[in-house]
Design a protein around this ligand. Sequence first.
Ligand code: AGP
Length: 613
Amino acid sequence: MCGIIGVTGAAEPLQVMLDALALLEYRGYDSAGVVLVDDDRLWRRRDAVRGHSLETLREAAADAPAHMTAGIGHTRWATHGAAVERNAHPHCDCSGTVAIVHNGIIENYQELWDKLAAEGHTRSSETDSEVVAHLLERELATGAGLAEALRRCVGELRGDFALAAVTTREPQVIAAARRTSPLILGRIDGTGLVASDIAALLGTTRDLYQLADDEIAEVRPDSISVVGLDGQQRGLVPLEVGWDLVAARRDGYDDFMSKEIHEQPRALADTLMGRLHVDGTTELEELRLTGSDLDEIERVVLMGCGSAYYACLSGRIAFEHWARMPAEVEIASEFRYRDAILGEHTLVVAVSQSGETVDTFHALREARRRGAKTIALTNVVDSLLAREADGALYTRAGPEIGVASTKCHATQIVMLQLLALHFARQRGAIEPEEGRDLAGGLLALPGLVGRAIARMDDYFSVANRLSEVQDVYFLGRRVGYAVALEGALKLKELAYVRAEAYPAGEMKHGPIALIDESAVVVAVATRGRLWEKVMANIAEVKARGATVVVVCGEGDEETKAVAEEFLEIPVVPELLSPAVAIVPLQALAYGVARARGNDVDRPRNLAKVVTVE
Ligand code: AGP
């Protein structure tokens, strides 16, 4: 999480940093801070008013000294130390001549602190990050330059990190390093740049470069040099980008979440474009798996976190049903610590919007270590996950800025379904005619999602009537259960309402004890193989006094009749329904959150990109 920006050589480094931090804020908004440097001093301003710190920094800019040579800035998602100003980045050394910003976790910070304290260093925050400023102070005292000092420090650090540092001794230099956490470099017209995120630099330059694990960069106004941990010079590796800044702006919507919900038809169409044809044929060259590779795969393991994990649950059903392949789903944060049995005949598909989620990244790496073939299914081209995997499949949703995943979740589901169809055809598990029908169904999804979005006002009316809810239970079966899980997550993270999802048939094994007149039950009751059973499960909770909301097909009077509220969606074949059925539940969470005055783009305690374990 956390956003990092560094700039050297710009006429107005503070302005460049503030603009970039506004674009990075989605990574964390517990606090923000900047430091400017010249050969005489550091000028530092920090603020920790959650979600509003950048406004304070903009006001402080009026007092900033002119002609400062470089600066580094940070927007924080708190890990070690409360979200208060003393823990906000940048952090300084004892002498006040070195400043650092950090994303990630320094796992051995306590051990390093103990040594530094014994040498006489004193700390002024509770963060793990500050230790790096003091390590640099120690190395600079030996006469080393800033980049060399950082190289020596990196050798002492355990954990995942992206770091940028400045010092008054070399006021034109930004030293930067990373391990797992992302960091990119850029330059334009006598200005050198460092950032944690492409989005922060796209409006400034396309002259961008990658920094690999355990590489250290020395960024000057007119040059960038990179060395490895061994001190050997490394070449600059350009970074290809396709997004533009316009796509990352709100385009007149009240917030990014609303914009991104409405973008779903376009995102789904782009994800399918050129990869699926009406005759049922598929083109997925990016997989980098030949026909015989595919034939050798005996089992598929899908993994991800949060919404990505729920997309995998829908994907598994498609793999089992269409491709007739054993398919499993794993929570990525747990997988790494299991003794999973994998081998060369297992295909692991790691699903992640950002391609940066550290849990998913390490799970994928573990799968590779155990001999599995791996695919990254991600929205970010050239992301960490994409670089680590044997092949990458990109959802083409465009930048997703709202912390709650919407269009990316939908594109993940459909990409997994497309992959399942690809395997089904390749392995001859379905007849060509069935392949054609499925292709027709998938290609119809953008239009059907658009029709669901056209009902947004109906969905918001239901949300307004439910805005005071306390406890909500989401029920579903088969793919409906995956939709229920995602609906409950949306309501939790946006509206801060206690919401639990259960496979509808499980209620009677315990959770039904929670149901009384105060409970609201949202049941995914679209027509499908288990519709009658879901209706019976609805009757069970109704009998205990629950208020029932159903997600059902348009004009399904029989289903609507059992509910107090209904969320109608266009009729869609059962296994293809999740990308459509999730739309009203996105709207429900959005509507309840707005009615409660919550910030839907930046819900409390969350960050868009989770780069800590
Ligand atoms: C979704 O609304 C959440 N914000 C969260 O669960 C998210 O899906 C999860 O953190 C995984 O992120 P990723 O797709 O970038 O890996």
